[in-house]
Ligand binder design. Structure first.
Ligand code: ADP
Ligand code: MG
Length: 240
């Protein structure tokens, strides 16, 4: 579903991603781990074109994102992204946050969008919060709204950049439960996370990035039991 070939990204003279090549299958759940500054966010941002690769190619279902003739708006619609800091619209109620893009971009009627939004809120366990403002929600609830908002666009791929890093510990579980549910529904996902237990249990594949390089790509059992590189072994020693 996703094919990345020789992806490089530099900011000015600073090379941040080095020659990353990989493929992600439909329905695959990838957990991306690695030290701070290793390029995890930049990699995700290249996948949904928040950043333009310096060289290399990215294709999604055969559509080459790096081709100047590709309709980026359409590609972006297919990729949902959830950030560490939820980025909800503070002046809109929860349901309006969710229905905003589907009505504007997808042309859904207000009624259709609301009905769909309510279903999604139910799915993330927040059916009773439709008409409140984000300021009335806990961090975990805000993040679940952000996930529901992304899902309202019917994405084929979901990208998560440290979705639980800004949350108090007691709220991490409720958000991870929603992501696990999505994983088991067959959504293709890439998740940058520091939650090693979650990465181990919920992903099909672990990517370990260090210094802008994808230095290990393995199934979780193999990765956690016997990392192949010394760098990954050292990283795991520090975080486990
Ligand atoms: P991670 O998410 O793994 O912590 P990032 O992808 O955020 O890593 O950053 C990788 C490197 O790129 C870091 O050295 C960071 O300082 C640099 N970087 C990230 N974004 C920018 C930017 N917009 N301009 C310049 N340098 C950046
Ligand atoms: Mg990051």
């Amino acid at each position: 579903m996703i094919k990345v070939e020789h992806l490089n990204k530099s900011y000015g003279k600073a090379a941040v991603l080095h020659d990353i090549s990989t493929t992600v299958k439909r329905g695959e759940v990838v957990a991306i781990i690695g030290p701070s500054g290793s390029g995890k966010s930049t990699f995700l941002r290249c996948l949904n074109l928040l950043e333009t690769p310096t060289s290399g190619s990215i294709a999604i279902d055969g559509t080459v994102l790096t081709d100047p003739n590709t309709d980026m708006g359409q590609v972006r619609q297919r990729i949902g992204m959830v950030f560490q800091h939820f980025h909800l619209f503070p002046h809109m109620t929860v349901i309006d946050n969710i229905t905003f893009a589907p009505t504007r971009v997808k042309g859904l009627s207000k009624e259709e969008a609301r009905a769909k939004g309510l279903k999604l809120l139910e799915r993330v366990g927040l059916a009773d919060k439709a008409d409140v403002y984000p300021s009335k929600l806990s961090g975990g609830q805000k993040q679940r709204v952000a996930i529901a908002r992304s899902l309202a666009m019917d994405p084929d791929i979901m990208l998560f950049d440290e979705p639980t890093s800004a949350l108090d510990p007691e709220m991490v579980k409720e958000v991870l439960a929603v992501i696990r549910d999505l994983a088991s529904s067959g959504m293709t996902m890439l998740i940058v996370t520091h939650e090693m237990k979650f990465a181990r249990e919920a992903s099909d594949t672990i990517y370990f990035l260090d210094g802008g390089r994808l230095i290990e790509r393995a199934d979780p059992e193999t990765f956690f039991a016997s990392p192949q590189s010394e760098r990954a072994a050292r990283f795991l020693e520090q975080v486990l």
